[in-house]
Design a protein around this ligand. Structure first.
Ligand code: MTE
Ligand code: MO
Length: 465
């Protein structure tokens, strides 16, 4: 549907609204059912004093709308201007631009609709197209899992709309038995469920100084869900990985230009064979007990527990076993810690999630009162479960918080500290997690060119009254 602004004006002496039958007739004509019969949806209307009606309306084209507006043409003038919506121009990159031409081989969700649905669900949109949204921090601790509609969304391209009837997962390369599996076949296989925290390696990038390029994430590019699917090892066993195998490449159905490569690239990532063969990775078709939603990879995605979420390829269509290191764009040009040391550049791929805690309550800048104060949050680490979380209030020595709920290998742990605040003023709350492998959060982020893994201690200001 296209959006139009309509302007109708009539002479004061022939104002139809002043004549009761004509007025009522026009009202009926403008009613929702009547507009719908003409293929028109009226989004809003206003009448200006100078016998002018302004309307925002949707129709599949200008002709449809003009046909509907005929009674107004009879009463005066009608001006129709093609328009856009805020979501559409932001998704397209500005009022003057149109949306980038979609990759014709990949049918994708309408960027405007996807963006509006995310806003309606309460997500914080960081980029409208490709759609990138954070979970608001208070929603991180609302329930055992983050409700699916509020799970953060990270996309590099448009969101592919895959037809489950035609979709297949192809497994090939260095295997004894190439496979082509449909969704029904996968659902009939041995399944497993795991509670896994996904965190984007760029989470917290907005706090880096100097700034690093890429999505300017606050701290909400992290969420936890229960994922259900077929263990990856099951599929690899069926296919029979050969002795020459080195890495396993996972391909998503989404692709696009990068600005740095000549041709569009697929979203593809690899895992070392050793890792894939031992890990608890899942080929997930369900999230929080429901079919995977389209934004999160319908019909099938990889979940690599404890790794930064870039490894968890969505809209999976292919698994290819290769005999050499994979050189794809998202493997070697992105998701790499790049640091300058002694005149040369060190490059190390992003893998396990670094230890981190986030304060979810109170919120940054919130007013709190003197007396008892409960400070709560989540903490996780890819290397090992959380050992402790400490909190420092206004620069005072660290106090140990209590860990709440079950300790799970691949999911965050809730924590809580109830303390007293005696004096009013501006205070800084800080939380620091340490895992059972002895890793702890640094005071300052470990700066790297592309801004990954910045797990420095969060500094959260509150106003005590
Ligand atoms: N096919 C595909 N898979 C993908 C991505 C993508 O853009 N395309 N983004 C990755 C990154 S960087 C992250 S952080 C997670 C985000 O998963 P979510 O959107 O379900 O939260 O998906 C990963 N898998
Ligand atoms: Mo990410």
């Amino acid at each position: 549907m296209a959006v139009f602004v309509v302007r109708h004006q009539h002479p004061a002496e022939r104002c139809p609204a002043a004549e009761f039958t004509a007025g009522a007739g026009l009202l009926n004509h403008l009613s929702r059912p009547s507009a719908a019969r003409h293929g028109v949806r009226i989004r809003g209307e206003a009448v200006l004093a100078a016998h002018t009606l302004v309307m925002i309306a949707e129709a599949d084209g200008e002709e449809t709308l003009r046909a509907f507006l005929r009674p107004f043409e009879a009463a005066g003038t009608v001006e129709v201007t093609a328009a856009s919506t805020c979501a559409r121009v932001v998704a397209g990159g500005g009022c003057a631009s149109i949306l980038p031409a979609a990759d014709r081989e990949v049918e994708a969700l309408d960027p405007e609709e996807a963006c509006l649905a995310a806003i309606d669900a309460g997500l914080l949109v960081r980029r409208a197209h490709p759609l990138n949204c954070e979970t608001p921090l208070p929603a991180l601790t609302g329930g055992v899992f983050v409700p699916t509609a509020r799970f953060y969304v990270r996309n590099h391209f448009g969101i592919p709309r895959l037809d489950p009837a035609r979709w297949r997962l192809h497994v090939g390369g260095l295997v004894d038995r190439p496979l082509s599996l449909g969704l029904g076949q996968l659902r009939a296989m041995r399944s497993a469920s795991l509670i896994v925290t996904l965190e984007c390696a760029g989470n917290g990038r907005a706090g880096l100084e100097p700034p690093a390029p890429g999505e300017q994430w606050g701290l909400g590019a992290v969420s936890t869900a229960e994922w259900t699917g077929v263990p990856l090892v099951e599929i690899l066993d069926r296919a029979g990985v050969t002795a020459e195998a080195h890495e396993i490449v996972f391909r998503g159905a989404d692709r696009g230009g990068t600005g740095e490569t000549r041709d569009p690239v697929w979203f593809e990532r690899s895992l070392p064979v050793t890792e894939a063969g031992h890990s608890e990775s899942l080929l997930a078709y369900a999230m929080n007990g429901e079919p995977l939603p389209i934004e999160h990879g319908y019909p099938l995605r990889l979940i690599v527990p404890s790794w930064y979420a870039v490894a968890s390829v969505k809209w999976l269509t292919g698994i290819e076993v290769i005999g050499a290191p994979f050189g794809g764009f998202f493997q070697t040009e992105r998701y790499v810690y790049e640091t300058a040391r002694n005149g040369s550049t060190l490059r190390e791929p992003v893998r396990l999630q670094r230890v981190r805690s986030i304060i979810t309550d109170p919120a940054a800048g919130q007013d709190v009162t003197t007396g008892d104060l409960a400070i709560r949050g989540v903490a996780w680490s890819g290397a090992a479960p959380i050992e402790k979380v400490e909190v420092s209030i206004g620069g005072a020595p660290w106090q140990t918080a209590s860990l709440v709920g079950e300790r799970r290998r691949h999911s965050w742990q809730w924590w809580e500290l109830v303390t007293r605040i005696d004096r009013p003023g501006r205070l800084s709350l800080r939380a620091r997690a340490t895992d059972l492998a002895g890793r702890t959060q640094p005071e300052r982020p470990d700066w790297n060119r592309l801004g990954y893994g910045g797990n420095a201690v969060q500094d959260l200001p509150v106003n005590v009254r």
